[in-house]
Design a protein. Structure first.
Length: 337
């Protein structure tokens, strides 16, 4: 792989320079996100600790996977990352993320960063994808991001999916009743790998899913500081995990909104147990635990085209759409063997 290619970020306006992103940039990058949220309206809030945790993970090579754009006096005005999930069923997916400060938009910075992300993502696909597996460079675009939508469209990205962010208050939670033959229990660390394997089995037919090995599972899910095992519920059948609902509480989100929210990040049921109310029961138990812990709201994200009927299930247990956003993807052809 070419070191020159992965380092290049060309086309910046005069007076701006680029360099590899570092963990020391997390504070300035979080401040930039806060300023951008006023116009982008994503509903998401990340602080320096969140970004440092995400960028510092074992599967991220930050000097190669991140770029910072600075003014002559060293002010961070934009950043971008290209992070590969290191596997895939129908494609190897690479997350293209970043932001340009609102007072610097319209100058071509976003275009330069997106060009770099496409080059870097294509490199990552060549590095990590097995022969014959295509790639998808994926970015999220919220309705207020009209200029970003035009930018990714011109760059060759295509609309892939519509996702809904759903919320419900926790002042009146549904009663958690375990289906016949199943038991609802809190998550415990001795079952972490069993839950990982259940997740892999549950999501074999889901759009964009991939097998999570132990490192990836910890990196993206149960190893993050927001994970709350006490607000996570397992459904057991004959002592084995048949379903699960994993909860997260993000400090930055609580500070920004003034409302402590439990985010249900992963919800799944093994195919043999679907249609028996397992997911609804696990969700109800997680909501009950969260309400007892002082959370005032629950949230989750769902693919509106989910083939298991998840969207309708979440509506039945009281969730309503708060925001939507589209996932856009840039196709990368398979690498020959």
């Amino acid at each position: 792989m070419s070191d020159v290619l992965s380092a290049d970020l060309t086309g910046l306006p005069e007076g701006l320079t680029a360099r590899p992103l570092t963990l020391d940039d997390a504070g300035a990058a979080a401040g930039l996100l806060e300023a951008a949220e006023a116009v982008d309206d994503t509903g998401e809030h990340e602080d320096a600790a969140d970004l440092a945790e995400w960028w510092g993970r074992e599967l991220v090579d930050l000097p190669r996977d991140g770029r910072a754009v600075l003014t002559a006096d060293g002010r961070l005005v934009a950043w971008a990352t290209s992070i590969s999930q290191r596997g895939g069923r129908e494609a190897l997916r690479v997350w293209s993320e970043g932001r340009v400060h609102p007072d610097q938009r319209g100058r071509g910075i976003g275009r330069a960063l997106l060009d770099w992300q496409v080059r870097r993502g294509t490199e990552q696909h060549a590095q990590f994808a097995p022969p014959g597996l295509p790639g998808r460079l994926v970015t999220s675009v919220w309705p207020a991001m009209t200029s970003l939508e035009r930018l990714v469209r011109r760059a060759g990205f295509e609309v892939e999916r519509l996702f809904a962010s759903m919320e419900r208050p926790l002042d009146d939670v549904p009663t958690a009743v375990a289906p016949a033959g199943l038991e609802l229990v809190p998550f415990t660390w001795d079952r972490d790998d069993e839950v990982r394997r259940a997740h892999n089995a549950s999501f074999t037919e889901h759009h964009g899913s991939t097998e999570r090995d132990e490192t990836a599972w910890r990196t993206w899910f149960t190893g993050v500081r927001a994970f709350r095992p006490d607000l996570s519920v397992l459904a057991l059948a004959d002592g084995a995990v048949a379903g699960y609902a994993l909860g997260y509480v993000y400090d930055a989100d609580t500070r920004a909104t003034g409302v402590t929210t439990v985010h249900l990040g992963q919800i799944g049921v093994l195919s043999a147990f679907r249609g028996r109310g397992v997911a609804g029961a696990a969700i109800a138990a997680a909501l009950t635990a969260a309400a007892a812990d002082g959370c005032r709201r629950a949230a989750l994200d769902v693919d509106t085209e989910n083939t298991t009927g998840a969207f309708a299930l979440y509506e039945r247990v009281g969730f309503r759409v708060a925001r939507t956003h589209h996932s856009w993807a840039f196709p990368v052809p398979p690498v020959a063997g």
